[in-house]
Design a protein around this ligand. Structure first.
Ligand SMILES: C[S@@+](CC[C@H](N)C(=O)[O-])C[C@H]1O[C@@H](n2cnc3c(N)ncnc32)[C@H](O)[C@@H]1O
Length: 353
């Protein structure tokens, strides 16, 4: 028997899924443009033919023509049919070409491409229920995560988040001791190192390649008050920290309660544990929006399997919400936990030892 459809609902869903499929292809095109420098070359040239652009970006002219056509049809770039030229509007440049600005979405694209690149593994573990360590991911996952989060940290960390913590900023200005756990490629540690030159910042992460990359960036930038070390969150060295922070990594840990307990012991009395997590409401029912859809997706292939690959395997997920995260901190012995700041994508909690 032919199932009966509600035609209007079917068409609405088709439209939405078509938009998503276009996005999946468009995002790959955008990433190719990022990695080959086409968007940057377009911005420098202004309106140009595909031949001129191919020379400038040093890419194959025929492939470029097809890529430009796809981008123009998606509305990612402008096409002037009268003179057969292409260009970027300021808004398109902001999204596709301005690395480091909060509007640039290339890090986001790279993180998605990283997941497509290893979809076979994602399917295998989805069936078997096995964990998947962070280091098992494609290198695009590490770079994409860094590029995705870094602009948000650059615009909020030292100008809003740290000033919003009770009693922390004056200590860092006069010279404090900070640990950044699960620091990844070190963006947050380096930002704090630059902003508070009298403080000592120690970045820790279990992933060796990320630590190496963080060290290289510190050396290249000549930042001397930041060090990096490969170590698990439950085992990082040092005592009497004024501030310990975790940026978008607590929910990835197998034993976040154990990590938070270790952090509590490492802090000075009255010291602060700052937890930055993806901004989410406390229930799935309240998280019915596009951002949550994306984060639950990353959580399916990255965060939950990473947590499961570690001791305890609590699997908080990337949309755990404030209540669940605060419960973890209280279980670890932090009695005072408060939300002190937020952006559309992140929430900032302060727990005091
Ligand atoms: C989503 S990334 C965030 C990285 C960085 N904080 C940022 O915001 O760009 C999560 C990081 O947590 C690290 N991580 C996961 N479990 C860990 C553990 N048990 N101990 C230390 N680091 C851990 C991973 O290696 C990865 O670098």
């Amino acid at each position: 028997m032919t199932p009966s459809y509600n035609e209007k609902k079917l068409q609405e869903l088709q439209g939405r899924v078509m938009g998503n499929a276009a996005g999946a292809v468009g995002l790959l095109m955008a990433y190719i443009g990022d990695q080959t420098g086409i968007y940057r070359a377009m911005e420098e040239l202004g309106p140009c033919t595909h031949e001129t652009l191919a020379k400038k970006a040093d890419v194959d002219v025929r492939y470029l023509r097809e890529w430009l056509s796809s981008n123009a049809a998606m509305g990612y770039i402008e096409y002037n049919a009268e003179v057969d030229t292409f260009h970027l509007t300021p808004e398109q440049a902001a999204i596709f070409s301005r690395e480091g600005e909060p509007t640039c979405m290339q890090g986001f694209f790279q993180a998605v491409v990283g997941q497509y690149a290893t979809h076979d593994t994602a399917i295998d573990i989805f069936k078997s229920g096995e964990g998947r360590p962070w280091e098992d991911h494609h290198s695009c996952c590490f770079c994409g995560t860094d590029r995705f989060f870094r602009p948000g940290y650059a615009s909020s960390l030292t100008s809003e988040w740290i000033p919003s913590l009770k009693g922390v900023e004056p200590t860092l200005i006069s010279g404090g001791k900070v640990a950044d756990i699960g620091c990844g490629l070190g963006a947050s540690s380096l930002l704090m190192g630059e902003a508070y030159p009298l403080s000592q910042i120690h970045g820790f992460d279990s992933h060796g390649a990320s630590i190496e990359s963080a060290r290289n960036e510190a050396n290249e930038k000549g930042i001397k008050n930041v060090s990096f070390e490969q170590v698990l969150a439950k085992e990082f060295p040092g005592k009497d920290y004024d501030l310990v922070c975790i940026f978008d990594a607590l929910h990835d840990m197998g034993d976040p309660v154990g990590a938070a307990r270790h952090i509590k012991k490492s802090l000075k009395p009255g010291g602060t544990f700052m937890v930055v997590e993806p901004n989410a409401a406390d229930s799935l029912k309240e998280n019915m929006n596009l951002f949550s859809g994306i984060m639950y997706g990353f959580s399916t292939t990255i965060c939950v399997p990473v947590s499961r690959s570690q001791e305890v395997g609590l699997c908080l997920g990337a949309q755990a919400g404030e209540k669940r995260i605060a419960d973890v901190l209280r279980e670890a012995g932090f009695s005072s936990v408060n939300r002190v700041a937020e952006t559309p994508t992140n929430m900032v909690l302060q727990a005091i030892a």
